[in-house]
Design a protein around this ligand. Structure first.
Ligand code: ZN
Length: 70
């Protein structure tokens, strides 16, 4: 196993774990956060961590002892 013809695929750690849906006008919608990106910005966006917008709703519970109406 010493023959190394093509080592272009040496490091396969360039996998993008993000899914994009192609919309009209070549826009891509991130399935994680739902934002729209162009082909270039989508590639850059795939390298950053984004979170679903629903998470913001879950961060603030409506029940609790915050509002004490007298
Ligand atoms: Zn996203």
């Amino acid at each position: 196993m010493s023959t190394n013809k093509d080592g272009s695929r040496a490091n396969g750690t360039d996998q993008i774990g993000k899914l994009f849906v192609v919309r009209s006008h070549g826009l891509r919608e991130c399935l994680v956060c739902g934002e729209l990106f162009t082909q270039q910005t989508a590639r850059a966006h795939a390298q950053v961590n984004c979170y679903p917008l629903v998470e913001f709703c879950l961060l603030e519970p409506t029940q609790g002892g915050k509002y004490v109406t007298d």
